[in-house]
Design a protein around this ligand. Sequence first.
Ligand code: AMP
Length: 188
Amino acid sequence: LRIVLLGPPGAGKGTQAALLKEKFGIPHISTGEIFREEIEKGSALGIRIREFVSKGILVPDEIVVEVVKNRLSASDCINGWILDGFPRTLNQAKLLDKILQNMEQKIDIAIYIDVPEEEAIRRLLSRGRGDDKICTLKRRFKEYLNKTAPVIEYYKEKGLLVMINGVGSIEEVHLRILNALKEKRIIN
Ligand code: AMP
């Protein structure tokens, strides 16, 4: 089961990914989470990326793609994965296809969790992560609109995209995702 989760900051991708991980026993791969850990550790990678992350700017594609490539080649990814927060640019999406082609793997579904911007901002401000300050948030939304919107179109054209209404309780949204997987005959 190979899932790509898409949606604006605050859509609930991380929350839903955690539930899917639990249900299907496959790893939840969040590039944002990996980056925060590396920054915390003060690793060479962390030092390279911390400015981008703290400002809400996208980390350069070549860095992100290298990280994802390594992560996907780990043994726990053999039966599937949930990608959360990647790909975020059209270039990343195309590079992901190449990586998967080499691994003889395919994305089963790209799930777009749709939440209006006001609702997303409300959720993010209540979460209060380091990069959730209002000015950084605006930057992250701008990055999202400019760079991530084409990714949605890309998966739509490939017939992989499913839109999910992200407004409602965590459990409601989770059930909508499971229904989408059933409708596409990805699960029974
Ligand atoms: P997230 O936890 O997904 O909200 O990501 C937090 C921050 O990490 C983003 O604002 C970016 O600076 C960086 N980041 C995470 N994923 C990516 C990605 N796929 N491409 C570029 N930057 C990313």
